[in-house]
Design a protein around this ligand. Structure first.
Ligand code: KIV
Ligand code: ZN
Length: 516
């Protein structure tokens, strides 16, 4: 039976100490709610004595977020502990986290205190916090640079004083995985009352080792890992939550341990934290970077298409993403190219595909990434022109904050002009509803994108729409300096493709014949 590892999330406390990241109270609350959905065990909401904003945020989280234990940080001082206790009061499950530095360098220069004074203050702080709260965590700050014998003595004393969790911080990211694992094993072996408390670790990333150190600690018996979403935090950051959780999940065989987190919430949580803190996730960041599930090399793409396990140790769906990305560039092969065209709704003969692939390779040599729009342009030149069964001759819309959006559309078909009007959720929606009324189609709008082809406010706008009707998907494009007109043109162009694919099997967009 795998050991259950407690995930203590400190995104809102240590994570917010990341240079440039600052969160409003309501933003902290939104993140805390998402952390609860993610299923973390403990949320460290802030350091209430340090700022009124933190005190307010911890209190609101304590009032409203159900599920996880809510924790607040305090120095080993009465004022800090009182502020933490007050902010946490509404929480059903609460924890006060007190800390005091124990390394020679911190004791001498920062605190100007001797070992016996530190020992007394730590014990006093735990006992004082215990008066407010059953669940008290103690952190000997800079533990990894603390003399081991003194560290063991402090841990034994705070556990006797009532600490329920003892957290071992690698405050300055100095530890090396093997050595940090040995420290945890030594704590487990040498602190006589260690069984009465949980052992936690809290690693910083100054040498890029926060995650390996945390995992080495787990392997050596740590029960709790402190971490942050996207690994944000002071200086180079903290251990990244998603890397810890997914390492435990993917390598359960090695760790024989698991977290109680719903991993499908990881991508959403990462995006939320990045959007609200303004800290961009590097593209090659493990698990949540843009490229974490993107494959560029042709050999890899071919492998993935044959069996995803060839180049993926986890599925993107496990972390809440829809699918892996096959980036089309100069290294991509024919297999990935053909699959992408299929996904875009094109069916090409072998000769058409050969010609289109040769043109794609030429373009990829000049361009780093080839996008769907480029592919559509390439393929359209290889395919027979779509007959213009419906032609847009007039479009008029009215919309505004006090007006129901309405569109009047005129289409000509087979020498006849048909005019109709409809309302919608916006002017574009109104146009599409009107075109549906005239043509008798009511396809699903799968995708809509608008881009400026040229610069300036008079830019030519190009709209691309993807429509799905029964089993068939088609793409349509339209350009105009008026984006409503471009939108209507794109839609009519796509409808013409639907009609063409139902009538003419030689135009191989779509997979089946269809009727409106
Ligand atoms: O890094 C650290 O030592 C801390 C403590 C307060 C746990 O953040
Ligand atoms: Zn820290």
């Amino acid at each position: 039976m795998p050991r259950r590892i407690i995930i203590f999330d400190t995104t809102l406390r240590d994570g917010e100490q990341c240079p440039g990241a600052s969160l409003e109270v309501h933003e902290k609350l939104e993140i805390a709610r998402q952390l609860a959905r993610l299923g973390v065990d403990v949320i460290e909401g802030g350091f209430p004595f340090a700022s009124p904003g933190d005190a307010k945020a911890v209190r609101q989280i304590a009032q409203t977020v159900k599920g996880p234990t809510i924790c607040a940080l305090a120095r080993s001082l009465a004022g800090d502990i009182d502020a933490a206790a007050q902010a946490l009061a509404p929480a059903a499950n609460r924890r006060i986290h007190v800390f005091l530095a124990t390394s020679p360098i911190h004791m001498k220069y920062k605190l100007r205190k001797a070992e016996d004074e530190i020992l007394r203050q730590a014990v006093w702080a735990v006992k004082y916090a215990k008066k407010h709260c059953r669940d008290v965590e103690f952190s000997p700050e800079d533990a990894s640079r603390t003399k081991p014998e003194f560290l063991f003595e402090v841990l034994e004393a705070v556990i006797t004083a009532g600490a329920t969790t003892v957290n071992i911080p690698d405050t300055v990211g100095f530890a090396i995985p093997e050595e940090f694992g040995r420290l945890i094993a030594a704590i487990k072996a040498k602190v006589p009352n260690i069984e009465r408390a949980r052992v936690s670790v809290h690693c910083h990333n100054d040498l890029g080792l926060a995650v390996p150190n945390s995992l080495s600690a787990v392997k050596n018996g740590a029960d709790q890992v402190e971490c942050t979403v996207n690994g944000i935090g002071e200086r180079a950051g903290n251990a990244s939550l998603e890397e810890i959780v997914m390492s435990l999940k993917i390598r359960r065989d090695f760790f024989n341990a698991q977290a109680g987190v719903d991993t499908t919430q990881i991508a959403k949580t990462s995006r939320l934290v990045s959007a609200l803190t303004g800290i961009v996730v590097q593209p090659n960041k493990a698990i949540v970077g843009d490229n974490a599930f993107a494959h560029e090399s042709g050999i890899h793409q071919d492998g993935i298409l044959k069996h995803h396990k060839t180049y993926e140790i986890m599925r993107p769906q496990m972390v809440g993403l829809r699918e892996s990305k096959l980036v089309l560039g100069k290294l991509s092969g024919r297999h990935a190219f053909a699959e992408r065209l299929k996904a875009l709704g094109f069916r090409l003969s072998t000769e058409e595909l050969d010609r289109a692939f040769a043109r794609f390779k030429g373009l990829a040599d000049k361009k780093k990434e080839v996008f769907d729009d480029d592919l559509i342009a390439i393929v359209e030149e290889e395919l027979p022109t779509v007959p213009e069964l419906y032609k847009l001759t007039y479009v008029h819309t009215s919309s505004g904050s006090e007006t129901v959006p309405t569109a009047t559309i005129r289409l000509t078909t087979a020498g006849k002009t048909i005019e109709d009007a409809a309302c919608g959720d916006g002017p574009v929606d109104a146009c599409y509803k009107t075109i549906d009324r005239i043509t008798g189609f009511s396809p699903e709008l799968v995708d809509y994108s608008l881009r400026a082809v040229t610069g300036g406010t008079d830019a030519l706008g190009e709209v691309t729409v993807k429509l799905r009707h029964k089993q068939t998907e088609v793409t349509g494009r339209g350009t105009s300096t008026d984006i409503i007109e471009a939108s209507a043109k794109a839609y009519v162009n796509a409808i013409n493709r639907l009609v063409a694919s139902s009538r003419r099997p030689d135009i191989r967009r779509g997979r089946r014949s269809l009727t409106p």
